[in-house]
Ligand binder design. Structure first.
Ligand SMILES: Nc1nc2c(ncn2[C@@H]2O[C@H](COP(=O)(O)OP(=O)(O)OP(=O)(O)O)[C@@H](O)[C@H]2O)c(=O)[nH]1
Length: 617
């Protein structure tokens, strides 16, 4: 490398700005990202689709960001120079905070977006703390100032009081009305630092994400910390030791554009005909074989799944397809964990670990859409820690594997520290809900004169059973929630088994607190009676703890057609029921002699909603 070259590269580095956008869900990150792409002419206006960075169909449909995306844009600043921005979009939902921390590790700055009408919410805090932990420079933006309910000055004060950062210079913006965006672009140049990192040092690049492409092999997304990487280089993954020759490097802008090299400070992608997906892990460091770095970069904290569920192909012959699909998704989703599992009821499948229910939903949907699989999934469960009478400690991720109660000394379950931000008027409703979910009150602090931050210790298993939905509905959508696992605590827990036609169905077992056992047993048997279609013989449905039957009901033998029990004659209802049955058919599993629809395996999640339903039965 000549001196001139090096000088040019160093100069180029000074013109790079790597930043993420962090916010609470729906405060406008993706819309701001869209505006940035538009105003830097990264995409022609006619190609501009809303939320361009949300590339997954699923993301568009649900209107949420799931995966992080890194895009390079070029900005002509007022100082006459052209700057290279790497904009890394991040998700806002609590389940995906690991994606947030990964994207933050690739950036020097963070744009903090706060809704001018909503103010600071639980994930605003959680995400901004992640950014502060990563030593990022924070640029606050108060968005949606066009809304009638907007109160930017109050929000400015809130950012200062609650988060504790200077917001006197916060940008007032409306991504929708295109207000404040030109100022934001300038401030990215002036307020956020350029990356540093020795261009001449041996290569060290952090893998922050990757995806599998059938033609090119694994496409690795990386942040180069030191050195340079270019096509033809021989690279080594420092943790797995795998070596490859680089085929192509480039950036997303927003579609892939080849480059001659990526240097310290750049965020881009690399391909190297990597066919073995096991060799490429997010968090690993890439170096050069001929001039290796001595130490890898510090990677990411390995995420521990919080929630486990069994995934089974409806068609048993698709078992290996399911494994291939899970392996490919894992490349793209470092938090996904799985191992083979067999169920008497469902056959061969996988026990899969997720970070939360939304994560679980997303993975299931991606498996079905992107890999064309039909799945039967069992109700989610947390990991219980069981101490046996021989003082052996075992982790139980699948309720059906809980040892007999006579062999158990104690059971512990994971608890979370939950913080709920809510307007004063709803504090009563929040407390009632938290109490019902076995929550233990911790503290309450006032954010300002209208809102409070209520903290509870709650069992994780209660959080995963609809807590968030319940919280939203009991506070008319005003509450926001964030939680961290705080550790394990002993609880009086029991396993409920479900018997269909006197046969135990392992995939339907679940673990509950003893105080709720009788009630949930009753509700679930009634629910199953509703869900499982009649067959040509009577099917007893029982809930039991060990040999003790808690509840029993019967599914009567099939008579004429399913609609005969609808007396109303309401054609709408009749059509709906038939339609529901038709859809259900596709996902039916024969368990012994009984056909059980997918919905039945999730029925345990619904046991809270329908307390009155059970009473009426
Ligand atoms: N009135 C108004 N609405 C806005 C503004 N910015 C965004 N929105 C709307 O707010 C909603 C959420 O915006 P998004 O950009 O999807 O929010 P997000 O923070 O990216 O949300 P996630 O991707 O789900 O985390 C959308 O309906 C936007 O159209 C604004 O400045 N004013």
């Amino acid at each position: 490398m000549t001196d001139l070259n090096l000088k040019q590269l160093n100069d180029r580095q000074k013109h790079i700005r790597n930043f993420s956008i962090v916010a609470h869900i729906d405060h406008g990150k993706s819309t701001i990202a869209d505006r940035i792409l538009e105003q830097t002419h990264t995409v022609a206006e006619r190609d501009m689709q809303n939320q361009l960075l949300d590339t997954m169909d699923l993301e568009r449909e649900r209107g949420i960001t799931i995966k992080l995306n890194a895009v390079e844009v070029h900005y002509d600043a007022k100082d006459g120079e052209t700057y290279i921005f790497h904009l890394i979009d991040t998700p806002g939902h609590v389940d995906f905070s690991y994606e947030v921390s990964r994207s933050l590790a690739a950036a020097e700055g963070a744009i903090l977006v706060v809704d001018a009408a909503q103010g600071v919410e639980a994930q605003t805090l959680a995400n901004v703390y992640l950014a502060l932990d990563n030593n990022l420079e924070i640029l606050p933006v108060i968005n949606k100032i066009d809304l009638p309910a907007a109160d930017p000055e109050k929000v400015r004060a809130e950012i200062e009081d609650v988060i504790g950062i200077d917001a006197s210079e916060a940008i007032l913006a409306s991504a929708k009305k295109n207000i404040g965006i030109p100022e934001l672009l300038e401030r990215i140049v002036t307020d956020l630092p350029a990356p540093t990192g020795d261009i001449e040092a041996p290569l060290r690049a952090l893998i922050f994400d990757s995806a599998y492409d059938a033609y090119r092999g694994v496409v690795v997304n990386l942040r180069v910390r030191e050195g340079i990487v270019k096509p033809g280089d021989k690279i080594r993954m420092m943790n797995t030791g795998a070596e490859y020759e680089v085929n192509e490097v480039g950036v997303m802008s927003p579609i892939a554009q080849k480059r001659d090299y990526l240097m310290a400070g750049d965020v881009g992608y690399l391909t190297a005909a990597i066919k073995d997906i096991h060799t490429t892990h997010s968090g690993d460091t890439i170096t050069l074989v001929n001039n290796p770095a001595s130490e890898p970069l510090s990677g990411y904290k390995q995420m521990t799944p919080m929630v486990y569920s069994g995934l089974y192909p409806s068609d048993n012959a698709k078992y290996t397809d399911l494994r291939d699909a899970l392996e490919k998704l894992q490349l793209n989703d470092a938090a996904l964990a799985f191992e083979p599992e067999t169920s008497q009821a469902l056959g061969f499948g996988y026990r899969v670990g997720f970070l939360g229910l939304l994560h679980m939903d997303v993975i299931q949907e991606r498996l079905e859409r992107e890999f064309d699989l039909d799945l039967v999934t069992t109700a989610p469960s947390v990991t219980y820690r069981v101490t046996t009478n021989d003082d052996e400690i075992i982790a139980i991720e699948n309720p059906s594997e809980l040892p007999e109660s006579s062999k158990i000394k104690s059971i512990e379950e994971p608890y979370v520290d939950a913080q709920i931000m809510v307007p004063n008027d709803y504090v009563g409703a929040v407390m009632e809900l938290a109490q019902r979910k076995r929550g233990e009150f911790d503290t309450m602090e006032y954010l300002d004169d209208t809102r409070v931050n209520v903290k509870y210790k709650i069992p994780l298993s209660e959080i995963i059973f609809n807590f968030f939905d319940k919280l939203k509905s009991s506070t008319r959508g005003y509450a926001s929630l964030d939680y961290d696992i705080s550790g394990y605590r002993q609880s009086d827990l029991v396993k409920i088994d479900i018997l269909l036609n006197s046969e135990k169905v392992d995939a339907l077992s679940f673990i509950v607190h003893r105080d709720f056992a009788a009630e949930r047993g009753r509700i679930i048997t009634s629910k199953l009676k509703e869900i499982i279609p009649r067959q040509n013989f009577e099917i007893p449905v029982q809930a039991a703890i060990g040999a003790k039957i808690l509840a029993r009901t019967n599914i009567k033998a099939y008579r004429k057609d399913v609609t005969s029990k609808i007396h109303t004659g309401d054609p709408d209802r009749r059509a709906k029921l038939l339609d529901k049955q038709k859809r259900g058919k596709a996902r039916m599993k024969s368990v012994g002699t009984v056909d059980v629809p997918q919905e039945a395996f999730m029925a345990v999640l619904k046991t809270e909603d329908d307390a009155q339903y059970a009473k009426g039965n």
